[in-house]
Design a protein around this ligand. Structure first.
Ligand code: G16
Length: 542
């Protein structure tokens, strides 16, 4: 095989000697200036994956919630899912091969995966609004061109839009038309069909304020707005016209800081939401008459959506099993509510949509959400078929109506991956249909006070976890220390894990009061600092 062009073009995307990067929670992610060679090589890998699967493969240039200076890459598999985990190793080997090893590593992947280089391939490329994204997506393109593959450059798109078009392309349009306009048409039609039955709500209920994180989500929601009027009236803040991407705004900031983003004008009782930097996460919030901030995160979203779906399933009387998948970050109150009140089985997966998605596929209807607002609902083929049959058959009017609503949810939810825009429309539709205010939704259960902190250590790989990241097995003594600290507080829980997107260790704690959650999080941070090689200043009390 001739890899001449690959090596020739690689000279324009040289790997800095000695630099090694790890495939993390959602692909490679680091400072943008270290990523040119990675992008080129992910272009190459996407072509190989495309040949192997005989499908279109997606490459999204984004670092999502990370600061503007960072960038990253997410690879999208044929049905719109994240790259299959067995290929993460190929990605790591390829990204870390020194220039002189590139040919060997590529040839090894081709051999190991028995890839026929004669097979046609096609790569779909997308990017977010970061200043570095355009050039990095050109590097991806160079990799694709080096292996003489077909491609389509979708330009500026949200990550979920790229996942959507990849799935559409590989299902011959059955999932929808493979364009951004097709995405708007599909979602807005399903949204309108779903809310058709809702009681007439006032203008107040129809208004939603959106914090676009100064990112791609803001651009895309602006494009979509006209498709949603007059049902939904959107007010967009942090639209990218002045502020910096994810700076003091966006879903991650709001969730971690537990406060509103800067740049949003919030009136008491008004429903607001924040997207993250590539619009695959969403959180809701409002402030009450006493100016108190209330956050409705991924756990509250999962509860709202699964309660709604369960209600419809009872009406249609289908014996479909439904499960909810969360991570260790899920608030203890949400898990108890789902299990004890709603009687829905709940599972805990490792952080990262790839893990949650996988688990959710085991159910007829799998609802998965990370507390940070990343999630969706998956319907099995059986579930989709049974629901569709009921919409056509001579079932009673009530059953037919409920089945129709479920079908609209299937069309509205982006089943390929968590999607801020799609999730927002599902939530808005449920609130309309149930005539629920954001306050009433919030009252479903009360979150346990919690705190998330970050600790910088010299090498975060010294921490190893087990039990879906709820316990550490390394370094020695850390878990014992956490256990001892947790015992001193009521209703307390805490865990630590190395982040797969930032160079930090994440600390989570919850307890009966905010003071206790804060104190526990601080004490655990100190334990991490001392036992796992903390660098810089000691973690300070909150
Ligand atoms: C990515 C993943 C999420 C994960 C988040 C944080 O989100 O897709 O599943 O929760 O990173 O991961 P970590 O704690 O390992 O840094 P995004 O929105 O940044 O792509």
């Amino acid at each position: 095989m001739h890899l001449e062009a690959v090596l020739r073009l690689s000279a324009h995307h040289c790997k800095p000697a000695g630099l090694t990067l790890q495939y993390g929670t959602a692909g490679f992610r680091t400072k943008a200036e270290h990523l040119d060679h990675v992008m080129y090589r992910m272009g190459l890998l996407a072509v190989l994956r495309s040949k192997k699967t005989k499908s279109v493969i997606g490459v999204m240039v984004t670092a999502s919630h990370n600061p503007e200076e960072d960038n990253g890459v997410k690879l999208v598999d044929p049905m719109g899912e994240m790259l299959v985990q067995e290929w993460e190793l190929h990605a790591t080997n390829l990204a870390n091969a020194e220039e002189h090893e590139l040919q060997t590593v590529l040839t090894n992947i081709i051999k190991q995966e028995a890839i026929s280089m004669q097979v046609e391939s096609c790569v779909a490329i997308g990017r977010d609004t970061r200043p570095s994204s355009e050039n990095l997506s050109l590097a991806v393109l160079d990799g694709v061109i080096a292996l003489e593959s077909k491609y389509q450059d979708y330009g500026l798109v949200t990550t979920p839009q790229l996942h959507y078009v990849v799935c559409c392309r590989n299902t011959d349009g059955r999932y929808g038309e493979p364009t951004v306009e097709g995405y708007y048409q599909k979602l807005s039609q399903a949204f309108k069909d779903l809310v058709e039955q809702s009681p007439d709500c006032g203008a107040e209920q129809r208004c939603l304020s959106i914090d676009g994180a100064n990112g791609i989500g803001a651009l895309k929601v602006k494009e979509m707005e006209e498709h949603l009027q007059p049902i939904l009236l959107l007010q967009l803040f942090n639209d990218g016209s002045k502020g910096k991407l994810n700076h003091a705004c966006g879903a991650d900031y709001v969730k971690v800081q537990q406060k509103p983003p800067e740049g949003i004008d919030m009136k008491p009782g008004e429903r607001c939401c924040s997207f993250d930097g590539d619009a695959d996460r969403i959180v809701y919030y409002y402030k009450d008459c006493d100016d108190r901030f209330h956050l409705l995160d991924g756990d509250k979203i999962a509860t709202l959506i699964s309660t709604f779906i369960k209600g419809l399933l009872v009406k249609v009387d289908l014996k479909l099993n439904m499960g909810v998948v969360q991570t260790a970050y899920a608030n203890g109150s949400s898990t108890r509510y789902l299990e004890n009140i709603m009687k829905v089985p709940v599972y805990c997966a490792k952080t990262g949509v790839k893990h949650l998605h996988h688990k959710a596929q085991e159910f007829d209807i799998g609802v998965y959400f990370e507390a940070n607002g990343h999630g969706t609902v998956l319907f099995s083929k059986t579930a989709e078929e049974q629901i569709r049959q009921l919409t056509n058959m001579g079932a009673s009017e009530e059953i037919r109506k409920a089945a129709q609503m479920l079908e609209n949810v299937i069309n509205l939810i982006n089943q390929t991956v968590g999607d801020a825009i799609s999730d927002m429309l599902v939530i808005e539709a449920i609130l309309f249909l149930k005539n629920l205010t954001v306050q009433k939704w919030d009252e479903m259960y009360t979150d346990l006070p919690n705190r998330q902190l970050k600790v910088t250590v010299s090498d975060r790989k010294v921490i190893d976890t087990t039990d879906a990241e709820r316990r550490t097995v390394k370094p020695p003594g850390l878990q014992e220390k956490i256990d001892e600290l947790v015992k001193s507080y009521n209703l307390a829980r805490s865990f630590v894990r190395p982040s797969g997107t930032e160079d930090v260790v994440r600390v989570y704690a919850e307890a009966d009061t905010q003071e206790n959650a804060d104190a526990l999080a601080h004490a655990v941070s100190l334990a991490v600092y001392h036992l796992a090689g903390g660098v810089g200043d000691l973690p300070r009390p909150l």
